[in-house]
Design a protein around this ligand. Structure first.
Ligand code: BG6
Length: 505
């Protein structure tokens, strides 16, 4: 049984804080999927909302021999297919389309960067872009060194001295392990100041992920319960129904632990577990998240086999660009502990995977059971189940609280009900896409929703021993779950051992 709740007072959704300044955004890897599916549709949506600076240009850079017109046409198709604001608004496209430009070039060719510098200088003149540059590296990390060094050599990176700015957004996965992440960070630091570096994890741009902090720190009734005294355990689930599709090559290099756990899952875990920051400033928030990562218990070899279950869906090995004997995991379930005062002894169960039964991302806190049942009857007491607070990240975004209630009637009967807030019903409309928020923030120079160097390294420091362990002892029983199921049998064991079960989703 569920009770819907409505907004008591809500400001209009999506009001921007400050306008983004004039700038040029240069997208490296502009012929790739990300640009067509996410980046350009996000820019278009911003344009539709009047949030894109009027003096703006997005310049795609890639090897493909496209003209400006061909690039615009291709992006127009992407917008029509992937923008959340379908159908395409012709008037908006007439204004936005011409802001898209294309430059053909090899990432390693210095002459291409000299041409890029000239092109940007011309655009500055023609469109009043004030020399501000946002470089988006939508390329594999192996390309970062070449691109960054060439940009620097071509004089395209301004120092952070208050004049025209240069910033770079880099896509995940940010490295393969601790060592490579450190090397990548060191490389970035040679070319860019940390304040110019925006490591993107698109989960942080999701409305409901941002709401974790608002929910926790703008309500006085939940935070006092948000600790080991009241919380029995926490579940974080990110289940997908899709497989790897055409991304086999990428996925074979990453697998679920690098793709989802090291980044999205740990970001959500740190927002859920962090202490209140001193202020709402980017660095205060990021410092508190970092402390959680530092407090993550590093699994020992002997506990690893118990606290980690990996899976691979049947059919994965037949996906394009996947090895026929691949041992890359597409599913992971983990039991994790945060060793600090607030969370000591509270297990965090994480599970994520591809080709699962349902697409759902959520965090749920199961509260401690009542200390004693006062109703003196087994048929009543047995029906009292612990309270569960659920933050639904996607889809059907919302927040639900499960509690016990007397069922109306002359007899004493207890039922379980849920108070349920749905974003859609409460606020209406479609929330902005993660990339809209993140691109706008990067233009404004707000790094709150981007990962800081130390946090990225702390996340890798925790997960690298797990990756090493798997490399030494590759899982032998793959494939071990059916598409459309909830993952391998052994994942049920992980919960059963603690006399618990995964939440039914
Ligand atoms: C990406 C991963 O970062 O996130 C993908 O590389 C995954 O494998 C995707 O499918 C999930 O994001 P979302 O926003 O669809 O939940």
């Amino acid at each position: 049984m569920s009770t819907r709740v409505a907004a008591v007072s809500a400001p209009p959704a999506g009001t921007a804080r400050t306008e983004a300044p004039p700038c040029a955004m240069v997208i490296f890897g502009a012929s790739g999927d990300l640009t067509r599916r996410k980046l350009v549709p996000a820019l278009y949506n911003l344009a539709r909302g009047g949030l894109l600076p009027e003096n703006f240009a997005a310049l795609g850079f890639a090897r493909r021999p496209w003209s400006d017109a061909a690039f615009r046409e291709e992006m127009g198709r992407g917008v029509a297919e992937f923008s959340r604001l379908a159908p395409l608004d012709r008037a908006c496209w007439e204004r936005f389309g011409p802001q898209l430009e294309y430059a053909e070039g090899e990432f390693a060719d210095p002459a291409a960067y000299a041409r890029l510098a000239e092109r940007l200088a011309d655009l500055d003149q023609a469109r009043g872009l004030a020399g501000n540059r946002l470089f988006y590296l939508a390329v594999p990390p192996t390309e970062f060194p070449t691109i960054l060094h060439r940009l620097k050599a071509a004089g395209l990176i301004h120092p952070p001295d208050g004049g025209p700015w240069s910033r770079a957004i880099v896509e995940k996965p940010f490295g393969r392990d601790l060592e490579s992440a450190r090397a990548l960070n060191a490389l970035l630091a040679r070319v860019l100041h940390e304040s110019q570096t925006f490591r993107i994890d698109h989960y942080l741009g999701k409305e409901t992920v941002q709401n974790i902090l608002v929910f926790r720190f703008a309500n006085s009734i939940f935070e006092p319960l948000w600790n080991r005294n009241y919380v029995e355990y926490v579940e974080i689930c990110a289940a997908e129904t899709i497989g790897v599709g055409t991304r086999g090559k990428f996925y074979e290099q990453t697998g679920v632990l690098r793709d989802l756990v090291q980044s999205h899952m740990l970001e959500v875990l740190s927002l859920t577990a962090m202490e209140p920051p001193t202020t709402g400033e980017a660095d205060d928030i990021r410092s508190e998240k970092l402390k959680v990562l530092h407090a993550l218990r590093v699994p020992w070899e002997d506990t690893m086999a118990r606290d980690l279950v990996l899976g691979q869906y049947r059919g994965y090995r037949a996906e394009p660009d996947v090895a026929p004997d691949s041992v890359t995991p597409t599913y992971a379930a983990l039991r994790v502990f945060v060793d600090n005062w607030r969370w000591q002894g509270v297990p965090f169960y994480l599970r994520t995977g591809k080709k699962l039964a349902k697409r759902v991302t959520e965090i749920s806190l199961t509260m401690r059971p009542i200390p004693l049942c006062l109703f003196g009857r087994a048929d009543v007491c047995d029906r009292i189940v612990p309270n569960v607070l659920t933050l639904r990240i996607q889809p059907d975004e919302g927040i639900a609280l499960r509690f016990a209630s007397k069922v109306p009637g002359l007899d004493l009967k207890v039922g379980t009900v849920a108070m349920d807030m749905s974003y859609r019903e409460t606020f209406g409309g479609e929330p902005p896409e993660a990339y809209e928020r993140l691109l706008l923030d990067a233009m404004r120079g707000d790094a709150t929703l981007f990962s800081r160097r130390d946090a990225v390294e702390a996340a890798w420091a925790w997960i690298t021993p797990i990756l090493d362990f798997i490399e030494r002892q590759p899982p032998g029983e793959f494939p071990n779950y059916e598409p459309g199921s909830w993952g391998p049998e052994r994942a049920l064991e992980l919960m059963r051992r603690d006399r618990r079960a995964w939440r039914e989703l």
